[in-house]
Design a protein around this ligand. Structure first.
Ligand code: HEM
Length: 422
């Protein structure tokens, strides 16, 4: 069905299938698997190892069944490129799992909007988050990184996620949105409940809480415009008409969800790796001119999320019949470990030939915050390694992951010798 952003309605004709009992007839039984992706014990023990090893264990395209929904899954880089680049075959209708009140339906914008309407929304925000746009934020991000480090450097230890990994991207994001920094912890707890509970009741209640807050923020920006993204969206025009209340709400709400957890999870993963690989840390320090390649490679092996689509018309992929209404997900971290594209895929190699990485996807829905995220990771690496070049995980550390659509360790306790601080 064509999505009409101005008249949001709950998806029709899309069946939410759950479990083995609800595998459609056109799915060959030999392609049905239950890997426990995002929730099973084997996955949670080491999610990225699990996703790298999927290449030896599952067919390139398989039907993934589980308690949170059944879907086709693709793990090959080229298949993900095909799915993500063909919006006419793979729609973003019903692309997010977040429950909403059917009587007050709204779309998460831009993620649930298909072309051509999708571009109208991206045009509102893209100039601010373009490569040139985010460069304007560089000095502020660098200053914030240093302020955060000042708070704990002399202690010889920190809980990285709380002291740096979370506040750095979240405070930058709140400044960008024009939302108050004082709400940082509250916003993060809402995002965590929404993205990691896997309980539709909790997700629905949390979304309502977030929505109530954002409605007030939107009303404030309507009355008193400022330079933030919320204000920019609220005062935007679509096809020469003021953006509607529902559109503005859906756009601001999705941005809020997308911007809070992803960089945080990425930084946490990267810092665990850095702490456990001192010689590779030194390699980064010794090669400052390679920093962009370093960021790209670290994002490849530590990508944190997935891309879900709905099949818009019957189509064949690798000889397999996908039917209109089927769900399909690109397992982006697995695609980034595709050995056919990235030889020795789990090896971190800063000298790899340049290839498309799928941390942020490609195609019309490629991540709107990708340039900001890359800049944040780069600055975090530069400033942290300049000031705390030697550090390790606290004794007895064992990474723990919680189920959900954004993958990262729960907590990252670090220690260092204060005497070795340069
Ligand atoms: C390392 C950090 C990040 C990662 C790994 C990431 C990943 C992704 C991915 C994979 C998608 C595509 C989803 C799909 O195709 O279904 C996406 C979309 C999006 N991301 Fe990010 N993201 C990150 C940071 C951010 C930040 C900081 C923001 C906000 C400033 C943001 C805003 C968005 C938006 C608005 C979309 C939807 C784009 C569209 O539908 O056109 N992301 N992100």
């Amino acid at each position: 069905m064509r999505i009409d952003p101005a008249n949001p309605v709950p998806p029709t004709g899309i069946v939410r299938r759950i479990g083995r009992d609800q595998v459609p007839d056109h799915v060959p039984p030999e392609l049905v698997f239950e890997p426990g992706l995002t929730y099973g014990p084997e996955f949670l023990a080491d999610p990225h190892k699990f996703m790298a090893e999927m290449h030896g264990k599952y067919p390139p395209v398989f039907y993934n069944v589980g308690p949170f929904g059944n879907m086709w899954s693709v793990i090959k880089h080229e298949d993900a490129l095909f799915v993500l680049r063909h919006a006419e075959l793979f729609s973003n209708e019903d692309a997010t799992p977040f429950p909403r009140d059917p009587a007050e339906w709204f779309y998460f914008i831009p993620i649930e909007i298909d072309p051509p309407d999708h571009r109208k929304y991206r045009n509102i925000v893209d100039p601010i988050v373009s490569p040139q746009g985010v460069l304007k934020l560089e000095d502020r991000i660098r200053a914030l990184a240093n302020d955060l480090i000042d708070d704990f450097i002399d202690k010889g230890e920190c809980t990285f996620d709380e002291a740096f990994g979370r506040p750095l991207p979240v405070l930058v994001f709140l400044d960008l949105m024009g939302l108050p920094r004082a709400m940082c912890d509250t916003f993060v707890s809402w995002a965590m409940a929404l993205l990691h509970s896997n309980d539709r009741q909790i997700m629905g209640d949390t979304l309502k809480t977030i929505g109530d807050y954002l409605k007030t923020a939107i009303a404030e920006k309507q009355a008193s415009p400022d330079d933030g993204l919320v204000s920019r969206i609220v005062h935007a025009e679509i096809d020469g008409q003021p953006i509607s209340e529902r559109e503005a709400f859906g756009f601001v709400t999705f941005l809020f969800i997308a911007g809070l957890d992803t960089v945080f999870a990425t930084l946490n993963l990267i810092w665990v790796w850095l702490a456990q690989n001192p010689e590779r840390r030194q390699e980064i320090i010794d090669n400052p001119d390679k920093i962009n390649a370093v960021v790209e490679e670290l994002l490849r092996v530590h990508s944190v999320t997935f891309s879900g689509r709905t099949v818009a018309q019957d189509v064949t992929l690798r000889g397999i019949q996908l039917k209109k209404g089927d769900k399909i997900t690109s397992i982006l971290p697995a695609c980034n470990f595709d050995p056919g594209v990235f030889p020795n895929p789990t090896e971190v190699d800063f000298n790899r030939p340049k290839k498309i990485i799928l941390a942020f996807t490609v195609g019309v829905h490629s991540c709107m915050g990708a340039h900001l995220a890359r800049l944040e990771v780069k600055i975090a690496l530069q400033e942290w390694l300049r000031r705390i070049p030697e550090f390790r995980m606290k004794h007895g550390f064992k990474a723990e992951y919680r189920p959900g659509g954004v993958v990262g360790p729960e907590t990252v306790p670090l220690v260092w010798d204060v005497a070795l601080i340069p």
